[in-house]
Design a protein around this ligand. Structure first.
Ligand code: 4NP
Length: 151
């Protein structure tokens, strides 16, 4: 079982989008039973909130549905095999956690051919670009696991 935790600042836009996009990819490719996938926030800003409506609408446009309630990263998440953050700011925040194992933490789009941050659509209002970055990141991460015979 490979445990994957997606992390962003609020856990209402990018990380739940990543969770649902990745779950959709592994379901379509028949890998669901090999994974435990979740998402969480570095901050406490949005604890208890559902996925932001614009993120849900963007996912729906691409045929992906699902729900999530925002929560903050906890000690169980730190035991994940992969802690995939969205941007450099999330990376810095996660590495400040005392018990963190640095080698588990990666920026999602560092698995792509064009390493980059997933810009925060909360501020950019560009949910389509965030979706495309997330899809590229999730596909590239899955390919990384296959190439390295981890699945
Ligand atoms: P996310 O976006 O980190 O992609 O979930 C944000 C959502 C909420 C806030 C910041 C970023 N906020 O400041 O409340």
């Amino acid at each position: 079982m490979i445990k994957v935790t997606f992390v962003c600042l609020g856990n209402i836009c990018r990380s739940p989008m990543s969770e649902l996009v990745f779950k959709d990819l592994i379901k379509k490719q028949g890998y669901s039973n090999q994974f435990e996938v979740t998402s969480c926030a570095t901050s406490r800003y949005e604890l208890g909130s559902p996925i932001y409506h614009k993120a849900t609408e963007t996912l729906k446009k691409h045929g992906i549905t699902g729900s999530h309630i925002a929560r903050q990263i906890d000690t169980h998440d730190l035991k994940s095999d992969f802690i995939l953050v969205m941007d450099s700011s999330n990376y810095t925040d996660v590495l400040r956690i005392n018990e963190i194992q640095k080698e588990k933490v990666h920026k999602l789009c560092d698995f792509t051919k064009n390493p980059r941050d997933v810009a925060d659509p909360w501020y950019t209002r560009d949910f389509e670009t965030a979706y495309n970055d997330i899809l590229d990141g999730c596909k590239s991460f899955l390919q990384y696991l296959k190439t390295n015979k981890l699945i």
